[in-house]
Structures are given as C-alpha cells and as structure tokens.
Design a protein around this ligand. Structure first.
Ligand code: ADP
Ligand code: ZN
Length: 530
C-alpha cells in the first residue's frame, strides 16, 4: 500500500469522515485502508483501490462524495444493482439517483434536473450513458465532487469482464482533469492494474491494496465421485442447519440438486436465470431472512448479496476462472467466522469446460486469455501445495508460510513419481489414434475386452492391459490430471489426444510428480466403482 500524502487538513478530514460514517451509516470506525482512501479522495487526490469483494469499497467513494461539495458520479456496469444501491442510500438519507437504460424519458429528465441543480449527493451512471455527449455536457455544467469508477477491471481486455465502453473512460481525465478519480476493483492482476492506470490516467496516483486473504475460509477441493452424495455428507458432517450456497453449471443440475437436497431433509431452494423474477426474489428473500437456508444456484446468484453468515460455498462444477472462484467462495464468512469453500471436480468437468472454450465464438485473443485463466484454476485444483498460497499468488500476493487451513495443509497429499503410469495412459491414447474418450482408454489400460475394444482391435495393442495393477478410479483420476495439466487435450466427442507437451514424458526425458491418492494400488477384494 502507498501512504496518502500528508496534509495539514488530514486530521480535520479524518474527523469529518468519521462523523459522516457514524451519523449516516451508524458505523464506528473505518476498516483497514478505508480511512486512508477516504482522506486521499476527500482532499481531491486520485486513487486506485484493490479490495476483495465484501471488503467495503463503496464507502471509499460514498463518504468523500458527502464530504466534498457537489455530486459523486459512480460509473458502474452493474445496472441490475443500481436501483438497490440507490434505495439503500436513500434509506439512510443520502440524496442518490441513477441514470441507465431502465429509466423512462420522464425519469431521466428528473434526475438530470436534480444533477444540474446540485440536489444530489451520489449519481450512479451506466458507462454507455455517461459517454453520451449530452451527459458529458451536463456534467460539465454541474457541481461534481468526484468520479468513482467501480469494477474498474472492465477497462482491460485481459480482465475476465472486458466492457468496450469502459475502454473509452479515458474521456474522464481528458474532460475533467481537475476532478478526483477513484478506480475500484476486486480483481486485478498486474496486467489488468496497468491497463486501469493507463486508461483512467492514474499513473502516479496512490494505490491502496488490501490483502485478498480470507483466513477464516477453509479451502477444500476433492475428486468428484458422487457429487450429490459427497455434498450431502459434507453438509451433514459439518454444516447442518447452516446457510450455504451451492453452485452448479446448468439450470438442470441446479433444479435436480435442490430437489434432491430437499428430499434428504436439507432446506434448499433453486435459483437461476430461468426462474421468474418473483421466484428469484422469493428465493433471495428467504435466503437473506431465514436461518439455515441453502441456495442451489447458477452463477446468476450472488451479485450484490450481502449476507454475513453464509457458512459454506460449495462448487459442484468448475468455476470459469480463479477470479470467479474467488468471488463466489468470497460470499462465505463475511462475518469473519470459520467457513468452508468446498469443491468437487472430475475428468468430465475438465473436458467439458475445455471444449466449451474451444467451441466458443469469442475472438482468438479472448479465447487465449480464457484458456490461460482456466489453466490457472486447474493448477489450483491439482495443487499439492497450500491452496491459499496458490490462490493468493494468482492475485499477486505472497503468503510466506502454508496456511494451515486448507485441505492440503490439513491432510498433506503424498506425491509420488507417476511418470510410468502417465506414459502408459499417454501411449494408450496415442496407439488408439488419439480419438477415444477416457472410458475406452481405461478399458484398454485395464485389459477389458469390451465389444468396442474388440471391434477396434485394441486388445492386440501392446498397451492392452498394462495398467492392471491399478483400478478404474485411479486411471480416471490420472487421465483427469493429464488433461488438467495439458498433457492430453479433449476434442470431438470427448476424445483425448496427446499434446506436444506429452512428448518429453513419453520419451522418458521428463518426469511427472502427482498426488498419490489418485495412484493407490487396486484394493485386493473390493467391488469396483463403475
Ligand atoms: P465491496 O463493494 O467491496 O464488495 P461493500 O462496500 O458492499 O463491499 O461492503 C461490504 C459490507 O461491509 C457492507 O455491508 C458494508 O456496509 C460493510 N462495511 C463496509 N465498511 C464498513 C465499516 N467501516 N464498518 C462496518 N461495516 C462496513
Ligand atoms: Zn494451506
């Protein structure tokens, strides 16, 4: 963190800020770097604020907007949340309004009149609305206190949420060079941060970076075996009667999982974009107001949800990126009490998300970024070192010692040399022509003469049956890791083919260390999982 420049007014500013904080919001103190940010911006300085979700970014521009003469202009892409934000501010007596496409002409006129008359403290504006000549001209004629650019990572192509209109916000430093600008985001690696500074003209401005660490959240990732049962076991063992969020990829699995949990006696509700607004509001209200509700949801759920005592966030499917994972798991434990971020994932998930990416119609450079982000997430999932260290290092932060509060720290996985098994699996893929899925490759490795194996003549391959010393689960786990780590890639019909990265392994020029749990020898007498 960079300290704010000292000023003779600082103590006076701090006093006024605290008074506003107390009288308007009823809070006794600022959290962490909030006080420094509020001082800097209130005194007319620019700032970049990197603070995790739930960290308290809003007050960083709301309080200065009240302290400075004029209206604070908040640029936000989250149109759906504006009305709620404004309502909440009005409830505590702040003169707030918003300008976006949901307003009728009449509403727009009223807000614009209030803006010019100086009758507003805070105005939320969608970027496309702000960029209109008409709006910029109005702003030039109005008393403006500051510009707050929320979700500032949207300026960056490298970010996970690029918005073209955000790329044009350079108009702010050009047209209003003397007004303070504060950019805020919860997700910014080095490259995104650089883009924000450049686009918004913030070079030289102090940067306030809060730690992304959420020490009270215990991170855990497990191999997906029977996801619903695993989830139920987890809830019953550790979170009976607790509020939680379960994320699934599809509406269908949201519905199924919610129904199933209900049948097992868990107070669960589905939530996804396919439900009517009424149903969604009802689910949201019950989640917020009742004790111990579990919401099973797609990623549509959670934006702007501020419930302090969510005790667990479970992922039954892979999130799209580390940013997504961090944001979604970050909804747990905002009250600082012990909470769990729990996830299961398996080979099919890896194959599915990789294929979705491949087939997306996004421009190549966007796809490359998304692929890199997915790889970072998969590396996190396969990590044999402290998960928190992996997570924080992704966000540019170093945690010196292992955290002691993730599955890897609590039950260190043993790693072992898996080169030989990896060679077997890779050569099974290569020798069958790089086009068969995991199930068939497993049959070949285990030496099972299925109809398909015989029809293809694969029982005659040297690889046939070389993997009999391990069981099916082991091979599935190994294949998953090989896909996650980029030795195999999934193509048409889930067919797996070896990549250039696999060559050194196949030639014996490289070794591969993997978590041992996926390589346990086949139990002597046990029903095989199928
Ligand atoms: P962010 O935008 O960073 O996700 P918010 O600004 O929505 O976070 O704040 C998250 C929650 O923390 C809100 O309920 C807010 O009222 C609360 N909060 C923020 N700062 C303080 C503070 N200084 N004292 C008490 N509560 C705070
Ligand atoms: Zn750890």
């Amino acid at each position: 963190m960079t300290a704010a420049p000292a000023s003779s007014n600082s103590t006076a500013t701090d006093q006024r800020a605290l008074t506003v904080l107390k009288s308007v919001w009823g809070y006794d103190a600022f959290r962490g770097v909030q006080a420094d940010i509020v001082r800097t911006v209130s005194e007319g300085g620019n700032a970049l604020v990197l603070m995790p979700t739930g960290g308290g970014k809003s007050l960083c521009y709301q309080v200065p907007s009240l302290l400075r003469p004029g209206v604070g202009i908040v640029v936000s892409p989250l149109i759906a949340l504006m009305k709620d934000q404004v309502d909440a501010l009005r409830q505590v007596g702040v003169r707030a309004a918003f300008l976006n496409s949901t307003l009728q002409a009449e509403g727009v006129r009223e807000v614009e009149a209030a803006l010019v008359a100086g009758d507003l403290d805070l105005l939320y504006v969608a970027p496309e609305r702000l960029l209109l000549d008409r709006t910029l001209d109005l702003l030039a004629r109005s008393p403006v206190a500051l510009f707050a650019i929320d979700e500032a990572h949207c300026v960056s192509q490298w970010g996970h949420d690029f918005r073209p209109e955000y790329g044009q916000l350079g108009v702010l430093p050009q047209r209003f060079p003397h007004l303070p600008r504060v950019a805020l985001t919860a997700t910014a690696d080095e490259r995104t941060r650089e883009d924000i500074l450049r686009v918004l003209g913030l070079h030289g401005a102090p940067q306030f970076v809060s730690s992304f660490d959420r020490p009270n959240i215990q991170y855990r990732v497990a191999n997906k075996e029977g996801p619903k049962t695993q989830l139920l076991d987890f809830i019953q063992a550790e979170h009976t009667g607790d509020a939680g969020i379960v994320y699934c990829l599809s509406r269908k699995s949201v519905e199924e999982t919610a129904k199933w949990l209900q049948a097992q006696g868990v107070d669960a509700l589905p939530y996804h974009a396919g439900l009517s607004p009424r149903e969604r509001n009802l689910a949201q209200d019950r989640f917020l107001n009742e004790e111990g509700m579990v919401v099973v949801a797609t990623v549509a759920f959670g934006m702007g949800i501020d419930k302090p005592n969510v005790r667990f966030v479970a992922h039954l499917d892979l999130p799209k990126s580390m940013e997504g994972y961090y944001q979604e798991t970050g909804r747990a434990g905002r009250d600082g009490l012990p909470s769990t971020a729990w996830m299961v994932y398996g080979l099919t998930d890896v194959v599915n998300v990789k294929r979705m990416l491949d087939q997306s119609l996004a421009p190549p450079e966007v796809k490359r970024v998304e692929a890199a982000k997915l790889d970072a997430l998969l590396t996190y999932c396969e990590a044999a070192t402290c998960r928190r260290q992996v997570l924080l290092s992704y966000f540019g932060e170093t945690l010196e010692a292992p955290c002691g509060n993730c599955d890897v720290c609590l039950q260190p996985p043993r790693v072992r040399d898996a080169t030989r098994e990896a060679q077997m699996a890779l050569s099974a893929a290569v020798r069958t022509g790089n086009r068969f899925g995991a199930a068939h490759l497993t049959d070949v490795l285990l030496g099972r003469e299925t109809d398909k194996v015989r029809a293809m003549g694969h029982h005659a391959l040297p690889t046939f049956g070389v993997g009999r010393e391990h069981d099916e689960k082991t091979w599935r786990g190994l294949l998953r890791q090989l896909v996650s780590l980029g030795y195999l890639t999934a193509g048409e019909h889930h067919g797996l083919s070896s990549t250039p990265k696999a060559r050194a392994l196949l030639r014996g020029e490289a070794t591969l260390m993997l978590r041992e749990e996926t390589l346990v020898p086949k139990p002597a007498r046990r029903e095989r999982d199928r």
